[in-house]
Design a binder for this molecule. Structure first.
Ligand SMILES: Nc1ncnc2c1ncn2[C@@H]1O[C@H](COP(=O)(O)OP(=O)(O)OP(=O)(O)O)[C@@H](O)[C@H]1O
Ligand SMILES: [Mg+2]
Length: 374
């Protein structure tokens, strides 16, 4: 194999052109030798593993992913059969990297026996987007239902509540308890209808939002109330540009995510509950939505992570659908609302969850010079 290495590109010549091309490719490309040592990694591969080529060149693949990972049998198969082998849904999980839904392709390098060209593409965001589009559909149907409920339920409900209140004052002690029960339950329905009304379609008023202020506000709220026992960590990129969005709605998003994280920690009886709030700038994060004229540029990443027990398996597939809850007192509207707001912002939400580590990641648009979303 010609030693094309990141960093030592000679001017001119075919090898230099190849190196430039490989470097610019948005797909992670790496070459492993017969012992799975890194011989080459382009920029995208460096980003994929979170290490520079200089660091990668000191490592074997087994230093980055556990030995039972299915990528190893894939590599053996490539070497044995001298054929290209692909896996379209691989998980690479280790203390360093955590990626699901990765498409991996291994091809033998003819010039160098044992060497394998590895191409890796992260489709998890695209899949998340796919799912999110259907969540938006679900949220829309809730919007319609909310409008009907507001009209048809609220009026008779206030009648019931008023009548119960009158009874409370005129009946004996034994029946008063029942009247109070009717009033309380009417209040509960009212609160539910109020929450659903938020799903109504209103045009989004965008402004420049300093997401760090929003995160701080939520953290203070949480620590003064529902998350008083939980430790917060903040890992912020101070140079993050403003988000193009609606402050109040983004606050609702973060609050719902932090509340869920705190509830998971409390209900899971995790002894040292921790919530980590992170912001980062992800250069060049673009998504192409089917049917959309332009690809979405979503460089701002905001994440809420907790060390709770993780999302229950039976609700994972419908997590963002309305009324999906594992809590006795939960309405299951929190994440549906989150998905709706993020969708209205043209953003994307991803989830990764296993026991001890659950992370909700938002990808949001930034404001450009003209004040529109970039
Ligand atoms: N951080 C988390 N860790 C574990 N499970 C979670 C987490 N966030 C959400 N979930 C699961 O997702 C379900 C749905 O969450 P959602 O916020 O939509 O509703 P809820 O919290 O149950 O009720 P509500 O938010 O309306 O009070 C939760 O019941 C819980 O099972
Ligand atoms: Mg919730």
């Amino acid at each position: 194999m010609a030693a094309i290495r990141h960093g030592d590109i000679a001017p001119g010549g075919a090898a230099a052109n190849e190196a430039l091309l490989l470097g610019a490719l948005p797909v992670a490309v790496a070459v492993l030798d017969g012992e799975n040592r890194f011989r080459y990694a382009n920029h995208a591969a460096e980003q994929f593993f979170g290490l520079s080529f200089a660091q990668l060149s000191q490592l074997r693949l087994a230093d980055l992913v556990p030995p039972d990972n299915p990528v190893f049998p894939l590599l053996s198969q490539v070497r044995r059969g001298e054929v290209t082998v692909a896996d379209h849904d691989l998980t690479l999980e280790s203390p360093r990297i955590s990626k699901r839904g990765i498409a991996v392709q291994g091809t033998p390098l003819v010039e160098e026996p044992g060497a394998v060209l590895l191409i890796m593409q992260d489709f998890s965001a695209a899949r998340a987007l796919d799912r999110q589009l259907s969540f938006r559909g679900a949220a829309r149907s809730v919007a319609g239902m909310a409008a009907v409920l507001a009209h048809e339920v609220k009026n008779p409900l206030s009648g019931i509540r008023g009548a119960a209140q009158l009874l409370e004052n005129s009946v004996g002690a034994a029946d008063r308890e029942l009247a109070v029960l009717i009033r309380d339950e009417a209040d509960r329905i009212r609160a539910l209808v109020d929450r659903m009304e938020v799903f109504g379609e209103k045009p989004l008023r965008r402004e420049a939002v300093n997401i760090h202020r929003v995160l701080e506000h939520v953290r203070r709220l949480a620590q003064a109330g529902f998350a008083a026992e939980i430790r917060f960590h903040e890992v912020y990129d101070p140079s993050l540009p403003p988000v193009s969005g609606n402050r109040d709605q983004l606050l609702q998003v973060i609050l719902n995510l932090v509340k869920n994280a705190a509830e998971a920690i409390t209900e899971g009886e995790v002894p040292h509950g921790e919530i980590t709030l992170t912001t980062a700038f992800q250069h060049g994060f673009r998504l192409t939505v089917p049917g959309a004229a332009q690809s979405l540029h979503l460089p701002l990443v905001v994440s809420v992570r907790d060390n709770g027990p993780g999302i229950a398996d039976d609700i994972r597939a419908h997590l963002f659908d309305p009324f999906v809850t594992s809590r006795i007192n939960g309405s299951g509207l929190g994440l549906a609302l989150v998905a709706k707001i993020v969708g209205d912002h043209g953003g994307l939400i991803e989830v990764e969850s296993r026991p001890g580590r659950t992370e909700f990641r938002l990808h949001l648009p930034m404001l450009n010079e003209k004040g529109d979303s970039a």
